[in-house]
Design a protein around this ligand. Structure first.
Ligand SMILES: [Zn+2]
Ligand SMILES: [Zn+2]
Length: 335
């Protein structure tokens, strides 16, 4: 048996699988890449060959156009593909539409590179599938015991309560364009909210893409086409960057909300001028991370980026060998 450390290497470009001669989520254009999902810190333009799910390829196409990749290959979840001397399979990661874990088999061992993931149900993507393995490669965005995300429905309930309390105020919610936006819409619909939801222009294309992939989002309208008075008591979604500028002021007396795992940190909410912080995250919290390590049963854990120390301490206490990879280029979109 060849230890995965011998064939899956940390380089300045990212994780490199030598027997297949490909990178996973490389930080620079490469000959051959396997991409876990469409967030900009994982999917970059300019690779020659890209293997990913059809959902991820669609997102990359929408974001990068002709620059997305010279050649693409779509893999269905569960389909096994041989690349060089490695068997590669994509398994759902539950993070955003099309997101996948990369399951690698070589030299008698199995490694799972999980990309970004979460464990709680998300109506806009396939649920995370735990895959038993010898090495589990994990992110650690919220890898501290203080991070415990509340139930999504409770957070959505707080937004709906605020709408009832302040029917004269427009409610603008900061959401990342890929994943969080569509999830917040789907959660609102699930909570019985059927009114139109207004969108900043930067969010429209990916919502259309989700719809084309079969995700129901209900009545969506461009915020720019609506008169100021029409937006009273309505929900408007905008990318976080738009919240900081004049854009939000088009709303009548806006309630500024933001949907992010970071809203658990009150200082961050205050700093961004967020009146209604909604703790809705597309990343695993502490309990989801530790439960996942149990589910995959790996004797060895590699932590790619985030808050590694507490997780490594936790894993070591459970008899799991753990190391920090400190991958570069993860600036974390879509938390
Ligand atoms: Zn992501
Ligand atoms: Zn990420």
């Amino acid at each position: 048996m060849t230890h995965p450390q011998e064939w899956l290497k940390v380089t300045s470009t990212g994780l490199y699988c030598a027997p297949g001669d490909f990178y996973i989520d490389p930080a620079r254009p490469v000959e051959r890449a396997v991409i876990t999902h469409g967030h900009s810190d994982h999917a970059r333009p300019g690779h020659r060959q890209v293997l990913a799910t059809a959902g991820t390829l669609a997102v990359m196409g929408a974001r990068f156009g002709a620059e997305a990749a010279a050649q693409t290959q779509a893999a269905a979840y569960g389909e096994t593909i041989r690349i060089g001397d490695v068997l590669v399979r994509l398994a759902p990661a539950g993070h955003v539409l099309g997101s996948a874990q990369v399951v690698l088999e070589h030299g008698g061992s199995r490694v799972v590179v999980s990309g970004d993931y979460k464990r709680r149900p998300d109506p806009t993507c396939a649920p995370f599938e735990p895959v038993r393995c010898d090495v589990f490669v994990t992110e650690a965005t919220f890898g501290l015991p203080v991070f415990r995300h509340p139930p999504d429905d409770a957070e959505i309930g707080r937004l709906l309560d605020s709408l009832r309390l302040f029917p004269e105020r427009g409610h603008v919610v900061g959401v990342y364009a890929l994943g969080k936006c569509q999830r917040v819409i789907a959660l609102l619909r699930r909570a019985g909210y059927s009114a139109p939801i207004y969108l900043h222009g930067a969010l429209q294309e990916l919502c259309e893409l989700y719809r084309a992939q079969g995700i129901e989002l209900g009545d969506l309208r461009p915020a720019t086409a609506a008169a100021r008075v029409e937006l009273a008591g309505q929900i408007v979604l905008a990318p976080p960057a738009a919240m900081a500028d004049r854009w939000a002021r088009r709303l009548p007396d806006p309630v500024v909300a933001m949907a992010s795992g970071w809203m658990r940190v009150r200082a961050r909410a205050r700093q961004r001028g967020v009146e209604l912080p909604l703790v809705i995250s597309d990343h695993a919290d502490w309990d989801e991370l530790t439960r996942t390590f149990e589910d995959v049963g790996a004797p060895e854990l590699w932590v790619t980026h985030g808050r590694e120390e507490a997780l490594i301490h936790y894993a070591t206490g459970k008899g799991i060998r753990a190391r920090a990879l400190s991958l570069v280029g993860r600036e974390e979109e879509g938390q």
